[in-house]
Structures are given as C-alpha cells and as structure tokens.
Design a protein around this ligand. Structure first.
Ligand SMILES: C[S@@+](CC[C@H](N)C(=O)[O-])C[C@H]1O[C@@H](n2cnc3c(N)ncnc32)[C@H](O)[C@@H]1O
Length: 237
C-alpha cells in the first residue's frame, strides 16, 4: 500500500516537474517581452481603475464581445440603432453586430476604414498591419449598412454629419488604434453628443484613447456600461 502511494506521488512529482519545465521554457523563451507586457498592463490597469474607482461600479468582463452584448442589452429599442465603427479591418466586429441586429430592419451602420492598414507603427504593430489592399470585407450588408472607404479624416467630414441626425441610439466605436485619426473623430463628435449616445473604446489601455475618455468625462456626464481591462463602453447621461 505504502509503495503504491509512493509510486503515485512520484508520478505526480514527475508530472509537476514536466509542467514546471514547460512553463519555465515558455517564460524563458518570451521572458523580456512577457514581463514588460505584464508590468505595463498592471500599471495601466491600476491607473484605469484609479480613475474610475468611486465613479462607477460594474463587473469587469473578460471578453470584449461581452461588453458589446452589455451595450446592446442596455438599449431599450434595439430596432433603432445607428453604429459608427471607426476602424473595421477584416470586419470581425461588423459581423458580430450584423448577426445581433440582422432582424432589425431599422438599424444603420457606417464602417470607416482605408482598408490599407495602419499608416504608422503602433505599439508592437508595424505600419501596414491590417492591410486589406483597400478592399472591405466580403460581407453581405443590409441596405442601410455601408463601408466608407478612405481616410476617416477626409470621409468623416461636415457633409457626413447629417447622417448623425438619427432618432435612435447612436453607438460610436473607436478602434482606429492610432492617436491622430482617433482624436480627429473625437473632436468631430464631442459637441454633437447627446443623451443616450454610447461610446466604445477598444484600446482604452492605450494612452491616446484613455486621454479621449478623460476629455469626454470633463465635458459630459457619462456612466460606464461595461468594461474589460482594455476596452469599455460609456453612455452619455
Ligand atoms: C484594430 S483595426 C480595426 C479592428 C476592428 N474594429 C475589429 O474589431 O475587428 C484598426 C483599423 O483602423 C484603420 N485605420 C487606421 N487609421 C485610419 C484612418 N486614418 N482612416 C481610416 N482607417 C484607419 C486600419 O486600416 C485598420 O484596419
């Protein structure tokens, strides 16, 4: 009996040793980057939670799709939604919203992208990342859903603003990654925001998007609908 237990124990030890070996190997392989990312994320998450602590209390989601679902569930009339997505790439988010709203005939969508990818390096991504050779994703869009192809700083202009005259809930999704075009869009909408608009920031852990949120909170009262550690959605009050 005791020999049996010993054998089991030594099996367990062996398995644990192998696991530890694999973990060490992986950490060893990615060590510098891995540590830097963890430290940076910890710092950013702490900063984010310090800013938001006391102002909001919501459950932190693990996946951004849960944030999107929370956004959707927070809207009373889901038949009357306008989505403006800034940064579409291969249309992952577009497809998600399309699936959720496919029965809603009155929903509208504009997806802005050059489809040529990032024009400069951003964090660890090199310029050209997300390049789709100028072509939007091959999605069957309903009649009021459109991709706007080109630089958002040209396409999201004063003429376009009439499309914001919409009596339902308007969702502004920031996912351009780069600071300059994101700030351009933000400046364009900030004075046009109204009660119940929803703003979603995909890269809130990035300094530039975080600054947009701070700026937003300075001029408008808003509440946090839902968040992960990197993205979050806010409703204008
Ligand atoms: C992170 S991706 C978007 C991902 C997408 N929202 C999703 O969740 O699947 C960022 C996109 O922003 C686009 N982009 C960056 N700067 C832009 C600009 N000035 N005008 C238009 N599109 C831009 C890039 O081409 C890229 O496809």
């Amino acid at each position: 009996m005791s020999a049996e237990i010993k054998r089991l124990d030594s099996n367990k030890v062996h398995i644990l040793k192998r696991l530890a070996g694999i973990i060490w190997f992986r950490i060893g392989l990615f060590a510098p980057e891995f540590l830097e990312t963890i430290l940076r994320d910890l710092w950013e998450v702490t900063r984010l939670s310090n800013e938001l602590r006391g102002k909001f209390s919501v459950k932190v989601r693990v996946r951004r799709e849960r944030v999107w679902k929370d956004m959707l569930n927070s809207i009373e009339n889901q038949n009357n939604i306008l989505i403006l997505e800034f940064g579409v790439a291969d249309g992952y988010a577009t497809s998600w919203w399309l699936k959720q709203l496919s029965c809603s005939s009155d929903s509208r969508y504009f997806g802005f992208d050059t489809f040529k990818g990032l024009e400069t390096n951003w964090r660890k991504l090199e310029s050209g990342t997300f390049n789709k050779n100028g072509l939007p994703p091959d999605l069957k869009l309903p009649k009021n859903w459109k991709f706007v192809i080109g630089d958002v700083r040209q396409e999201f202009d004063d003429k376009f603003m009439k499309n914001l005259d919409f009596d339902g809930v308007r969702i502004f999704m920031f996912d351009l990654d780069l600071a300059e075009p994101s700030k351009y869009v933000f400046d364009k909408i900030i004075n046009r925001l109204r009660k119940n608009d929803i703003l979603y920031f995909d890269e809130l852990k990035d300094e530039s998007e975080f600054q947009l949120l701070i700026e937003l909170m300075r001029v408008r009262k808003c509440n946090l609908i839902s968040t992960t550690f990197t993205n979050a959605a806010f409703r204008i009050l």
